[in-house]
Write a protein that binds this ligand. Structure first.
Ligand code: 4NP
Length: 153
């Protein structure tokens, strides 16, 4: 099963989401069945690396981010089984793609899986280290619920 995490720039939230997901999936020995990637709806940072602040907060938690920024394509909606948007703007942009209509049910918000309740994963780009820690915590607890949902299905 292939899971795609989507944010705006593909430098802060979605590479962190994919790295946390991969870390947990390897620990559960599910890495042969649950494959993830990340991308952005925007094109600002294509070909670049993840934000240093996401790399740092990941590393502090024993999680490694290795990612080259890429932009979401219409083909992604066909190729991936689950598309997980970080916020409602990302969701709206995903749903604007030509291939979105027939793949509508694949697209979800990350915090639909947050045990502390729904909402957006806040964009930390103009924020501080504390904002990155908050994003990490949201992703960490939401990912457990997301992965458990795959184990049930
Ligand atoms: P991300 O954060 O969507 O979590 O990667 C952002 C990164 C870059 C920009 C905005 C948000 N930007 O405007 O360049």
């Amino acid at each position: 099963m292939k899971i795609l995490f989507v944010c705006l720039g593909n430098i802060c939230r979605s590479p962190l989401a994919a790295a946390i997901f991969n870390h947990k999936v390897i620990e559960l020995k599910l890495d042969h069945v649950l494959i993830s990637d990340s991308c952005g709806t925007g094109n600002y940072h294509i070909g670049g690396a993840a934000d240093d602040r996401s790399i740092a907060v990941a590393r502090k938690n024993g999680v490694v981010i290795q990612h080259v920024v890429r932009q979401l394509t219409a083909d992604d909606l066909e190729e991936f089984d689950h598309i997980i948007a970080m916020d409602r703007n990302n969701l709206a942009n995903i749903k604007r793609l030509p291939s979105a209509k027939e793949n509508y049910e694949k697209v979800k918000l990350m915090r639909e899986y947050d045990p502390q309740g729904p909402g957006d994963v806040p964009d930390p780009y103009y924020g501080t280290e504390k904002d990155f820690r908050e994003v990490y915590d949201i992703l960490d607890r939401s990912m457990d619920v997301l992965i458990a949902s795959f184990q049930k299905s």
